[in-house]
Design a binder for this molecule. Structure first.
Ligand SMILES: [Zn+2]
Length: 417
């Protein structure tokens, strides 16, 4: 279906064309509003009683490579509201079409803003001239600046915390509007006085989410005594996790015994695990030395001198913050160990036979869909074989695995690559 193009379709919404003219590179469109009345800016009452008429000149989007000058046949109205101070007012249009006192239509201003943002002052002005949008570079920058600073909405629920201008060097204060999820202020430092000065201008704030006490609590209490202070979610989690870690650290020995990592057979470790295990033993050794010295009444300074460790490390050990746990990664054979032990006790000690029975159980773990899965199964199978081999190779005294099984398995793997 084909519709004819009405001339009014090219001018902003709410206007109709009264007259068209051409002047060199420009098209001059005289338009008027389709509204018969307008709202008074003083009291909001709509009035249709016309006082006089005048012409308002603006620029609009170019048409067919020609710039467009809009002449609006605007009106002045009487305001008849009894309590209104304004007797006469000029015609107002929809804010998203034409702002009062604007020299450009809103849709052209939008384009000018984006040109300025994308290209900056001078280059944008050059492009704008070619697009038949007559704006200077100063105007472009002014538009970007005007639209770049959003209106400040006084917050009622805020979050306050410190943030780093430069980590470990210089800290400032960040204030967020938690309802609008926006940063609203960055203060130059984290002094309570600075925060207090900012907060005391914002009496409408009634909830302040902050860190765990200290400077911001004092600042808030002084500036906004009526406001409710709450710990923010991050700091609550931080509290909880610190408490948990302290509890774990204090019971490290018992935990270590319970998870069985106190009895580690170094021979069963992989090469990488053995390196980690050596490091762990070394750390434990250092911890014991430092703790023994401290127990016998040696001062921290003297411990540092005797052991050659840093002061920070000695302090951490004495506070119990350096005890760790050595755990080997659960290997793929682990889940089959009960079954293997049972087989062993029942006298099935042939490595090849054990492998043959173990292998089909493995395929239950994966349901290969694509070739990559098949590859993963193969990898898993290979790793499992290595662990099984190790299990048979270093028999513990209780199970007493035979040399025969070991040999059988070695033969099997060398044969199967
Ligand atoms: Zn009025």
């Amino acid at each position: 279906m084909v519709h004819s193009l009405r001339p009014s379709a090219v001018v902003p919404r709410g206007f109709v064309i009264v007259e068209t003219a051409s002047a060199g590179d420009a098209i001059i469109l005289t338009v008027r509003s389709t509204d018969i009345s307008s709202g008074c800016p003083g009291c909001g009452t709509r009035s249709g009683r016309i006082h006089s008429r005048y012409h308002r000149r603006l620029t609009d989007l170019p048409i067919a490579g020609k710039s467009v000058r809009l002449v609006i046949a605007a009106r002045r109205f009487h305001c008849d509201a009894v309590l209104c101070d304004r007797r006469i007012f000029t015609e107002r249009f929809q804010a998203d079409v034409l702002a009062p006192w604007a020299r450009r239509t809103a849709r052209l201003d939008h384009i000018v803003h984006h040109l300025g943002l994308a290209l900056g002052g001078r280059p944008a002005a050059t492009i704008a001239r070619r697009l038949m949008v007559p704006v200077s570079n100063d105007t472009l920058l002014r538009v970007v600046r005007r639209r770049g600073t959003p209106r400040f909405i006084p917050p009622t629920v805020i979050g306050i915390d410190d943030w780093a201008w430069q980590r470990n060097q210089r800290y400032g204060t960040i204030i967020c509007d938690l309802e609008r999820r926006k940063t609203i202020a960055l203060l130059p430092d984290r002094e309570p006085a600075t925060a207090q000065a900012w907060l005391s201008d914002q009496h409408q704030i009634n909830i302040v989410a902050r860190d765990r006490g200290g400077a911001y609590a004092v600042a808030t209490a002084k500036a906004l005594p009526e406001a409710t202070q709450v710990a923010d979610r991050w700091h609550l989690m931080e509290n909880a996790s610190r408490a948990f870690l302290d509890a774990v650290r204090n019971s490290m020995r018992q935990i270590r015994t319970a998870i069985g990592s106190a009895t580690i057979n170094p021979e069963l470790l992989t090469a990488a695990e053995q390196i980690q295990y050596q490091g762990y033993l070394h750390r434990e050794d250092t911890n014991t030395t430092i703790l023994d010295l401290a127990k016998s009444g040696v001062a921290i300074k003297e411990i540092v001198r005797r052991t050659g460790h840093s002061r920070g490390l000695v302090r951490r050990v004495l506070r119990g913050q350096r005890s760790d746990v050595f755990r080997v990664r659960e290997n793929s054979l682990e889940i089959y160990l009960p079954w293997l032990d049972a087989q062993w006790s029942a006298g099935h000690r042939n490595g090849t036979q054990l492998w043959r029975e173990l292998s089909p159980r493995l395929s239950g773990l994966y349901r290969p869909v694509v070739a990559r899965d098949l590859n993963r199964v193969a990898c898993h199978r290979r790793r499992l074989g290595v662990h099984l081999n190790r299990w048979l190779k270093w028999p513990t005294s209780e199970t007493g695995k035979s040399e025969r099984a070991k040999v059988a398995l070695l033969v099997f793997f060398s044969a199967n690559g």
